[in-house]
Design a protein around this ligand. Structure first.
Ligand SMILES: Cc1ncc(COP(=O)(O)O)c(C=O)c1O
Length: 379
């Protein structure tokens, strides 16, 4: 089977360095909040240009901590795409806040900024006080931040970027983590920068957001150890994960370049005007970190059958995401922006994610592309 994500190829390259880093942690024994966590936070600040970085236990916790830092209150609303992973929206009801689902764009899979006014109006019409917008850099490409930030400023809203998939992505010479009031990323193993367990980070240039998130991730700790300023949680990063990430961050820029080449090779080999395959679009002045390479199949193609066929050829695929978030039981009571979610529904039916990692060879890409094209030609 061609690996969907090849973590072994990466590990082979840096195994000695990772072993050494883990051994250092075993030697000093500070398994929680050890010096590697601080070192990683410093390195992530320099890498992204973000003033403050807080490492934590997962991408979902990073979103939750960011919302706490942004002081969201029960009953307040946050605009969020319906075409995303559950974490983006789930953190809102956990704090009593209300997700308002907005549609995305067909070619970039990201929030459609032209629909923001409708979303805000939808919320106002039913008496919800909207406080912010959650952008999601789906599949690796940042959202259209200038437009969204401007809209937010004009309407007194903040922007929280769910950068779980877009860590390393670039928007007009700025790196993700530094494009809005706050951002949250995930270091889940399959992510562009992944550890060997769960991990995440909050990025912000705002000291207060950072301080609240920092206190909240250790049970709401105050200035002294057993003094509490607020209700918090346990969302600390394990030192061993930080040690692993320090080595992975070293090779991240090289892997980022390799991912651009893999995406380019897919674009080249799948580009076939007559077959109706829609390729992912990266906007001018943007760079995707290519967490996923996702295509849109022609409507007449049976996606399940194509997946089965590809599996028989040892090509794994995935569908991110088969059901719009607002259709799931826990979310179906929350408002959908007027204008609806036509694109979200269309994408849910027709997207297909292909194997994607920095070490994917061009021969494999040709093999995958040929198999997809042949299936479409013959069906
Ligand atoms: C868009 C998005 N947001 C949030 C998360 C949550 O990250 P984690 O799994 O580290 O909690 C993920 C992870 O899959 C994601 O894809």
């Amino acid at each position: 089977m061609i690996p969907f994500i090849d973590l072994h190829a990466q590990q082979k390259l840096i195994r000695d360095k990772i072993d050494r880093r883990i051994n250092e942690v075993l030697k000093h024994g500070q398994y929680i909040l050890g010096p590697e966590v601080r070192e990683l936070e410093d390195r992530l600040c320099s890498f992204t240009g973000s003033k403050y970085v807080l490492c934590c236990s997962s991408g979902t916790d990073a979103l939750l901590l960011s919302l706490l830092g942004l002081k969201i209150k029960p009953g307040e609303g946050v605009i969020v795409p319906a075409f995303t992973f559950a974490s983006s929206a789930e953190v809102m009801p956990l704090l009593g806040a209300i997700p308002i689902f907005i549609d995305v764009k067909r070619d970039t899979f990201n929030i459609d900024p032209t629909k923001l006014s409708d979303s805000l109006q939808t919320a106002k019409d039913i008496g919800i006080n909207v406080k912010g917008i959650m952008t999601v850099g789906l599949f690796g490409q940042p959202a259209e931040m200038d437009f969204i930030n401007e809209f937010a400023k004009n309407n007194n809203l903040w922007v929280l970027d769910d950068a779980a998939q877009s860590f390393g992505g670039i928007y007009k010479n700025k790196i993700v983590g530094n494009l809005s009031e706050a951002a949250a990323t995930s270091f889940f193993p399959a992510k562009p920068l992944g550890c060997y367990g769960d991990g995440g980070a909050v990025f912000t240039n705002d000291r207060e957001i950072y301080e609240i998130a920092k206190s909240s991730h250790i049970h709401g700790m105050g200035k002294k150890r057993y003094e509490y300023d607020r209700i918090g949680m346990n969302a600390r990063m394990s030192t061993i994960q930080a040690a692993i990430l320090l080595e992975k961050l070293e090779i991240f820029p090289e892997e980022f370049k390799k991912r651009q080449i893999v995406a380019h090779n897919y674009n080249k080999n799948l580009n076939s005007l007559d077959l109706g395959i829609e390729l992912p679009k990266v906007n001018k002045n943007f760079k995707s970190s290519w967490a996923q390479y996702t295509i849109l199949l022609p409507e007449n193609i049976n996606r399940d059958k194509l997946q089965e066929h590809l599996k028989s050829k040892k090509i794994p695929t995935a569908v991110y995401y088969p059901i719009p978030l607002n259709e799931h039981k826990p979310y179906n009571k929350y408002p959908v922006s007027k204008g609806g979610l036509d694109v979200t529904y269309y994408l849910s039916k027709n997207v297909l994610s292909l194997p994607m990692h920095p070490y994917l060879k061009e021969d494999d890409i040709i093999y995958i592309s040929d198999n997809i094209k042949n299936f479409i030609k013959n069906n």
